[in-house]
Write a protein that binds this ligand. Structure first.
Ligand SMILES: *Cc1c(COP(=O)(O)O)cnc(C)c1O
Length: 362
């Protein structure tokens, strides 16, 4: 109908079709303004309603208390790698980083440029096949904060527990699994995500921050890099990425309509289940990269017996409208990214293709 493919791209990634259709319907004339959302003022009452509703929905869906703010900051997740230590790593203090993949490593490297950063645990020696066990995490006494990456997009692993950091503020990069499952978000002092995986288009960073951390922003941080600037001005200090925030709002309404995070988790478990099953029953034709206890429900990484078969797999998959499956160069093989918006039929089609490809080439 729309010539849509099953899009397994890691990010930017697939969006719900109903969201795209609504954006299309509203494109020329948003709510009787005679203008597109892209053309209205960020100070108009229409846009204020959009941004306020997005904040309300994120708080409601994630279940955080009123002591949290939601901020929309340009620069994606990567700018947060810099803003976090700039705002919250004072001289004389150490920040703890748990390294579970390439993005965690990037975040750590940025912190190191600005102050004392410590690796509290790493699974690099095992090529990031798993996240650390609680007994492997060695936090610094009185650390400024501890940082984790809840889902490792490249390696296909995910934390299935929240580390206990006691009174050290816990900060999480949730770019690739935000709002994909119920979690106790109140355990986190700051959560951030680039929108392009589970929330909408690229370029917008979504930040959930607890009030007590907001009050700790270092004094000499420049205006545009301070969390309190965005909090005081309801993310409207300057012109925000208005269209991106509008799209995030539509995706949030879609998540709510589907039944919120419990429904998302059921949907994601079922979807990932089809693909992991195709790996597990393949008698070694497909090898999963992640250890079972650390498997991600969002990014499923696996290899085939040879690089030649990798190429054949990608070509034959594309012929069946299954696209975006090439793995990251640091892992090789395949990666199926199956965020909230990937449909069940898409995952079933991939699992069926995996079975038939194996039968033809094993
Ligand atoms: C994609 C991704 C990033 C980078 O996001 P940008 O918006 O491109 O900066 C950071 N962390 C994780 C876990 C990611 O998946």
């Amino acid at each position: 109908m729309h010539d849509r493919v099953y899009n397994f791209n890691p990010g930017p990634s697939t969006l719900p079709l109903s969201v795209l259709e609504q954006a299309q319907r509203e494109l020329f004339n948003y709510k009787g303004t005679g203008m597109s959302v892209m053309e209205i003022s960020h100070r108009s009452k229409e846009f204020e309603a959009i941004i306020q509703r997005a904040e309300t929905l994120i708080k409601e869906l994630s279940g955080v208390g009123d002591n949290y703010r939601v901020l929309f900051i340009q620069g994606g997740a990567s700018l947060q790698f810099d803003m976090i230590p700039m705002n919250f790593l004072p001289e004389g203090k150490t920040a703890d980083y748990i390294i579970t993949g390439a993005f965690a490593e990037k975040a750590y490297k940025e912190a190191k440029k600005m102050g004392a950063a410590n690796v509290a645990a790493t699974t690099e020696a095992e090529n990031f096949r798993r996240v650390p066990r609680p007994d492997e995490i060695k936090l610094t006494d009185d650390a400024a904060y501890a940082h984790i990456t809840t889902n490792n997009t490249i390696f296909g692993t995910q934390w299935h527990y929240t580390p206990d950091t006691d009174n050290i503020p816990l900060i999480a990069d949730m770019s690739s699994d935000i709002l994909s499952r119920p979690m106790d978000m109140n355990k986190f002092s700051l959560v951030y995500a680039g929108a392009q995986k589970n929330l909408g288009p690229s370029g917008v960073g979504v930040i959930l921050i607890r009030q007590d951390l907001l009050e700790r922003v270092a004094p000499n941080v420049p205006t545009m890099l301070r969390y309190d600037t965005y909090a005081k001005n309801d993310s409207l200090y300057n012109t925000p990425p208005t269209f991106g925030i509008y799209m995030i709002g539509l995706v949030l309404e879609w998540i709510k309509e589907k039944g919120g995070l419990p429904a998302m988790e059921r949907h994601n478990m079922e979807k990932a289940g089809y693909i992991y099953e195709a790996i597990d029953k393949s008698s070694g034709f497909y090898t999963g990269h992640a250890e079972k206890e650390s498997r991600s429900l969002m990014n499923i990484t696996f290899r085939l017996p040879s690089e030649e078969l990798d190429k054949k797999f990608l070509n034959e998959a594309a012929a069946r409208n299954l696209v975006g499956l090439k793995g990251h160069r640091s892992v090789g093989g395949m990666r199926a990214s199956v965020y909230n918006a990937m449909s069940k039929p898409g995952c079933l089609a991939l699992a069926e293709f995996m079975d038939s490809f194996r039968k033809n080439y094993a």
